[in-house]
Design a protein around this ligand. Structure first.
Ligand code: IMP
Ligand code: MG
Length: 183
């Protein structure tokens, strides 16, 4: 385990087992349709690549990058940094996200993508942290529901570090400047 962590919350094996199941669920859920995955950069990269390997139907992939500014006032303002290359009108779209926390990022994504008139629009998140939810988000596929702890690894970062860890862990209090209270 990395030195900055206090515990491993989800092991590499648990991740891989659950992602295989999600791949099967998605493949049968979208049977005979062509699926468009939209990964939300950068947190989605490990999850998306493992999930993609476990999806057996025809699938194309695109990416968006968003930035959220949640300073002291926590306005939840989200901005598009990188937009899709593809036109998603009439497509079956599944958003691939690392974690849904307050839900403000996903709320923005849903509103933004709905205006492009996809045939269907659903969410698949590796982690769901529902304790501080501020917007109601309908999640179709969830990897794991987790408690209100700041987690890193498997794509998730703290100040751009720890994305490479093959498991999900909780940072030691001494390594982190955010606390676990809802902002
Ligand atoms: P939301 O808009 O509050 O739902 O937050 C979504 C984004 O905040 C996620 O896509 C992550 O990038 C980041 N985030 C929220 N919780 C965590 C965490 O525990 N660890 C790392 N990043 C997090
Ligand atoms: Mg993210």
């Amino acid at each position: 385990m990395h030195n900055d962590l206090q515990e491993i919350l989800i092991t590499k094996d648990q991740l891989q087992t659950r992602i295989k199941q999600l791949g099967l669920e998605i493949s049968s859920g979208y049977k005979d349709r062509r699926l468009t995955l939209i990964g939300v950069l950068k947190g989605c990269v490990l999850f998306l690549s493992d999930l993609l390997r476990n999806i057996s139907i025809d699938t194309n992939v695109d990416f968006m990058m968003l930035s959220s500014y949640s300073g002291a006032q926590s306005t939840g303002v989200v901005r598009t940094i990188l937009d899709l290359k593809q036109n998603i009108e009439g497509r079956d779209v599944l958003i691939i996200e690392d974690i849904v926390d307050s839900g403000l990022t996903m709320n923005y994504m849903l509103k933004n993508l709905k205006t492009r008139r996809p045939h269907s629009l659903e969410i698949c998140t590796l982690l769901d942290k529902p304790s501080c939810r501020k917007a109601r988000i309908p999640i179709k596929y969830t990897g794991f529901v987790i408690p209100n702890k700041f987690v890193v690894g498997y794509g998730l970062d703290y100040n751009e570090l720890y994305r490479n860890l093959p498991y999900i862990g909780v940072l030691k209090k001494s390594s982190i400047e955010v606390d676990d209270t809802c902002r």
